[in-house]
Design a protein around this ligand. Sequence first.
Ligand code: A2P
Length: 273
Amino acid sequence: MSSKNNFETNNINSTTPPNGALTEQITYVKHYTDRLFSFRTSRSSSLRFRAGEFVMIGLPGNQKPIFRAYSITSPTWDEELEFYSIKVPDGPLTSRLQKIKVGDEIFIRKKASGTVVLSTLIPGKNLYLLSTGTGIAPFASLIREPETYENYQSVILTHTCRLKAELAYGYDIAEATYTDPLVGSEAKNKLKHIATTTREESPIMGRITKLIKSNRLFDILDGNPLDPKIDRVMVCGSMDFLRDSKSMLNNMGFKEGSHREPGTYVVERAFVD
Ligand code: A2P
């Protein structure tokens, strides 16, 4: 298991947070499947982030804390923080993280960063957010960011998982967005949530790359195929998904963006696997 920006910290007393980390409290835990769960934490006022960014999180304990990158799924205006995680039975962090309970403490590094933020894309008309598995995490924050709806005429969130039960967090987030007092009315007009499965029967089946290449996605949306002149794309998921999406988008004439040079698409991997 490896992830970008992972690091371990030598800390003599691991109940005090390492430099640059805050101690927060778990306020809510929801288990979705035996492999997936979400949790919420308190949020110190000094923790600021942009929708789509990730922070490093770790757990206090007897051993030196292991930190892993986690995208923040909650909106920037939320007084708490929310995260969505996979459970890896022998994972250095998730083997313990999956057992957290309300009231437990967690370390969160203050510095947030990431590529799937609004400023890495040049202006466009439609924003496509393509995710697989826990890759939906940064988009859960972006679809509740008012600026997303100021910048785009439509926002299309796609979430592909192997099984139907693995789509549940996406449905919860979409529902929370449509009923949200701040962005709900904009989201009802502009946000479309497309959930697909690949290994279990469901209303829409297939990998999103296949649904895009075959134009099936655009039939469902009653829209036009991807066009780099007006469409902008963010991609988050497994390394294989990122690689195939990049090659598909490059072939269509899209240009990858970065903080230094915004483009027509950007990618971020889902960190913990
Ligand atoms: P599939 O079942 O056809 O492999 P994983 O759990 O392996 O990360 O996969 C999550 C979802 O992402 C699955 O539905 C999987 O489809 C899909 N997926 C995996 N790799 C790719 C890829 N290279 N391109 C598109 N979708 C992918």
